[in-house]
Ligand binder design. Sequence first.
Ligand code: ZN
Length: 455
Amino acid sequence: MALNTSSPHIIWFKNPLAILANNAEGGLVIEGQKIIELVPQGQQPTHAYSEVMECSDLVILPGLINGHHHFYQTLTRALPQALNKPLFGWLQSLYPVWAGLEPDMLYQATRLALAELLLSGCTSAADHHYLFPEALTEAMDIQAEAAASMGVRMTMTRGSMSLGTDDGGLPPQNTVQHEDIILADSERVIKRYHNAAEGSMLQVALAPCSPFSVTPELMRHSAQLALQHKVMLHTHLAETIDEENFCVQRFGLRTVDYLDSVGWLGPQTWLAHGIHFNTDEIQRLGAAGTGICHCPTSNMMLASGIAPVQELEAAGCPVGIGVDGSASNDGSNMIQEVRQALYLQRLKYGAQVSHFDAYRWATEGSAKMLGRSDIGSLVVGKQADIAFFKLDEMRFSGSHDPLAALLLCGAHKAEHVMVAGRWRVKKGLIEGLDVSPLLQQHGAAAKALATKISR
Ligand SMILES: [Zn+2]
């Protein structure tokens, strides 16, 4: 069909080198923020298009979806006192530093993490923020502003910690909040920011941090509030054996029984990690439709274990991928995380785990896990969240299957990224963002936070 220069703006991404979509070798067509057509091999779009982008040197993926992160942790990467420790020791080294977090530090950290994610092909990210020291009670407002400025789709989770060391929890008292304050702010944040509509750029979920940092009462009340406002629930679960032992000793329950006892075992919940489950627990999680966010690098870094992803998925759990906090990764690179997931799961299940499995977790799986049906695949009617990769670096030279090469040869940056039909990355650069001042401000914030503890 001939080029039509009149509105509406319709773009044909023509003849990609490869594309992760069915029957779309001729590319795809978008109008505004939605995908309107997949073009079979050798064919032309049936829609009149106003722009053509030649994609013969580009691999097209659905925008990658990051299901679990802690943006603020970009400020404490590779911190000497936290090196070479398992989860509990690592957390105990970092909590006192994190207690000094200030508003501008969180703003810089959120922008930097989102920039890193965008450049790695990520179009949608969930962040689990659970630190609300006195100077930072408006953490969610800061994150909402930063996310809007970066144009990334976000699920902002209002995290919380209420069980400090005085009451037998792990975090120091000065990092926990009173439960009334947590619940009131949770409701305020939902009312102010949660947008459930199709194509939403910002959603809110409630996220008490972990069994060892919140009380069962807060878990129950958060579940009630989430139900009342139809938002999702998120927490860390079954990350380490130390956590399992804590649950057995304190509650007399294993992790999934605990989750069930506080009203969380259902499709409204997604869990970070989900490593230490027995066969019966996997079946219960699957039957409930509870989501699991696999965080391979963090699990390797903290030597936590390997999540039984294949069994969880077969049981019925939506399985997604998350980079987890940038102090247990220590990066925020989503395409590299997909590679890590592929290899870690191969170590567990064998070489038949394919790059298509890993892509599925990071796209459709993450979307389903976050309760979204409008993103996660290149299908007509879905949002135009698209990542384009170029195989022009030395690492790809000599590669043959482009979709496999992206992961096997270790892609680390996207060439172009589009979110809701809007260019956010062009030629490897974020639209409208000067990276130098961001790096300078973020670096200064990290230094200030790390030295605060010694002052
Ligand atoms: Zn985490």
